[in-house]
Each structure stands twice: as structure tokens, then as C-alpha cells.
Design a binder for this molecule. Structure first.
Ligand code: FA5
Length: 326
């Protein structure tokens, strides 16, 4: 019995087996216990001998079991530690990161540049009234200039704004004749243009408006050249062309030169028309101003060398991932 028990205990591989062996040999119904129980049938001479032997075996087995228990527990802990070790040299799991949309990146860059030149950021609604989109900007009713910007009308008086210039009159009215007015307004605009590589029915503009005493065309030119060179680089070639807008006089359009595509128009601008100042509560005898409106997609296309405006709206991840920072 002793030899068999010793062998089994020594070869036990886990704590469960050891526990079973303990019960098997030393438990109440265990084999050694039954030997002790059976002692009643022995002769008085045999009893002390067998008793002493049985006790010795029990002590021996108990000892063996507890040392084996210690051994197995240690092994188990070691195994656990091994399994749970963190290998700090493994490469980290990379989380998928989004990227800033190129149009948003351009807006943020423009905002920084203009804030640096003392401009504030203004906002206005995309669903606009005829009053702010046209009338306050000196587009008379039935004026053919309204056809310049084919509009999405909701009712005869309400439309999706066709340009961010609608924010000009809103800002001036809110300022109640105070100067200086020095704002930019980036935002979405809508036109019934057919979509092609350079036109979209929904696109973005950034409007600028400055009203103060003694504002001149040269300041307009200075502001435009400064922001263009900051966005596209110092060597960028810029050209002003005479143009027409009902709300500026004189009016210009500004092109920049792209080595591959030639001259490209990016914005319209001019000196705020005296009638626009007057309608918005500014005396044109005292104050002058300039305004400009640039196409954000056109700027982004030139800056990043994108050949089709529709790339901005297709949400093709292969396109968007190119703007992901490392
Ligand atoms: C205007 O919208 C005037 N409000 C700009 C202005 C503001 C003039 C203040 C004077 C004073 P225009 O329609 O040219 O102007 O549009 C301005 C710019 O928006 C264009 O130079 C071009 O860059 C961009 N743009 C115009 N139409 C589209 C279109 N369909 N898709 C993408 N960009 C366009």
C-alpha cells in the first residue's frame, strides 16, 4: 500500500489528481483508514505493531502529499505568470485613424491666415432669403445679373444661398454701422450648375469683408496677395482681371498660374458698392470697404494637384487616405 501510494503521489501532475489521491488513501473511507479500522480483528500483540506502522505510513504520505502540493502550486503559478507575461517588444496594435478632409484642411489654414491679419469669423444660414442673397447686394428684381447664379429656390422668396456674399449684409446690419468690419465667412453654397471636373452644384466659398474709413483697393490687393502666397507659396503668379458683380465697383477676378493648367480663376472681389453700404446702414461718404469670395474647392485643387472637383465628394477612401498624417 505504501509503495503504491508513494508512487502515485509522486507522479501526480496536477492538484486535482493529488486531491483525489489524498481522499483515496487518507480520507475517511480511504485505504489506510480501513486498515486502521480493521485493527479490531487483530490479536493484542499485533495491534501496536500494525498501528505504529499505519501511523508511520500516514505521516509519510501526509508529508509527501503536502510537499507535492507545494510543488504543484508553484508550477501552476509559474505557468500562469508565463502565460500572462506582456512582451513589451511586440509591435503595438495600430488604431485606424481618420484624416482631416482636404477641404476642411484648407478652411482651417485660411482661417489661421486671416485671423493672423485681424479678421473675425462670421456665419450665416445656408437656407437664405432673396433679400440677403440678392436684394441687399444690389441685384435688382428682374436684374439679368441674377441669372449669373442659377439658384435652387424653395419658395419664390427663399433659396439655398448661391454665394457666401449673403453674409455681408447680415454682418453689416448686425454691426449697426460700427467700424471696423473685418470678417471672413467660410461655408457651403449651392447653384444649378452641371457637375463637371471644375464645377459642382454644391461647393464652398470663403467670403471676406472689410469696412472702415479709408479702405482702398490697394489694401484689397495686399490682403489677397498675402493669403494667396501663404497658401500656394511665395513664387505664385497672381493676376487681377476686371470683372463685374452688382455689389462691388470696381470688380475684379483673380487668377493664379498653374504650370500644368495655365491661369485658373479662384475668386471674385472688389470695392463694396456704395449702394450696398447704404442699404446695410453705412454712410458711403464716410466709409469704404472691400469684399472677396473665393472657391475653396478650386484652392484645394490647385494646392494639392487634384484634377477633378468630384473627388472631394465621392468619399473614396483611396483618395481621402492621401491626406492622412503619419
Ligand atoms: C461670387 O460668387 C461672388 N459672390 C464673389 C465675390 C464676393 C465677388 C465678394 C465680389 C465680392 P463667382 O460666381 O465668380 O463669384 O464665384 C466665386 C468663386 O467660386 C469662383 O472664382 C470659383 O472659384 C468658385 N466657383 C463658382 N462656381 C463654382 C462651381 N460651380 N463649382 C466650384 N466652384 C465654383
Amino acid at each position: 500500500l505504501r509503495k503504491m501510494a508513494e508512487a502515485k503521489i509522486k507522479s501526480a501532475h496536477d492538484l486535482e489528481t493529488l486531491k483525489e489521491l489524498k481522499i483515496k488513501f487518507l480520507g475517511k473511507k480511504g485505504e489506510l483508514t480501513s486498515v486502521l479500522r480493521g485493527m479490531g480483528s487483530l490479536s493484542p500483540e499485533e495491534r501496536p505493531v500494525v498501528g505504529a506502522l499505519a501511523n508511520e505510513i500516514r505521516n509519510r504520505l501526509e508529508e509527501l502529499i503536502s510537499s507535492k502540493e507545494g510543488e504543484l502550486e508553484e508550477a501552476k503559478l509559474e505557468q500562469k505568470l508565463k502565460e500572462e507575461t506582456i512582451d513589451v517588444t511586440l509591435p503595438s496594435v495600430s488604431f485606424p485613424m481618420g484624416a482631416i478632409h482636404p477641404l476642411q484642411a484648407v478652411i482651417e489654414e485660411l482661417e489661421d491666415i486671416f485671423i493672423g491679419m485681424g479678421f473675425e469669423i462670421a456665419e450665416g444660414p445656408e437656407v437664405e432669403t432673396d433679400k440677403f442673397n440678392f436684394e441687399m447686394l444690389n441685384f435688382l428684381k428682374d436684374h439679368p445679373a441674377r441669372d449669373m447664379q442659377d439658384s435652387f429656390y424653395i419658395t419664390p422668396e427663399i433659396l439655398l444661398r448661391t454665394h457666401t456674399s449673403s453674409v455681408q449684409a447680415r454682418t453689416m446690419l448686425a454691426k449697426k454701422g460700427e467700424v471696423p468690419v473685418r470678417i471672413i465667412c467660410p461655408g457651403k453654397v449651392y447653384r444649378r450648375d452641371s457637375d463637371d471636373a471644375t464645377h459642382s452644384h454644391q461647393f464652398m466659398q470663403i467670403e471676406g469683408l472689410v469696412v472702415d474709413r479709408n479702405i482702398s483697393m490697394s489694401e484689397l490687393k495686399g490682403v489677397l496677395f498675402t493669403f494667396i502666397k501663404k497658401i500656394f507659396g511665395e513664387d505664385t503668379e497672381v493676376r487681377l482681371r476686371p470683372s463685374f458683380f452688382p455689389f462691388t465697383e470696381p470688380s475684379v477676378e483673380v487668377d493664379i498660374y498653374d504650370p500644368k493648367k495655365g491661369w485658373l480663376e479662384i475668386l471674385g472681389a472688389g470695392m463694396v458698392h456704395p449702394r450696398v453700404l447704404e442699404k446695410s446702414g453705412y454712410n458711403p461718404e464716410r466709409y469704404t470697404g472691400f469684399a472677396f469670395g473665393a472657391g475653396i474647392e478650386r484652392i484645394a485643387m490647385l494646392k494639392y494637384g487634384i484634377d477633378d472637383i468630384r473627388h472631394f465628394y465621392n468619399n473614396d477612401l483611396r483618395f481621402l487616405r492621401q491626406f492622412q498624417s503619419e
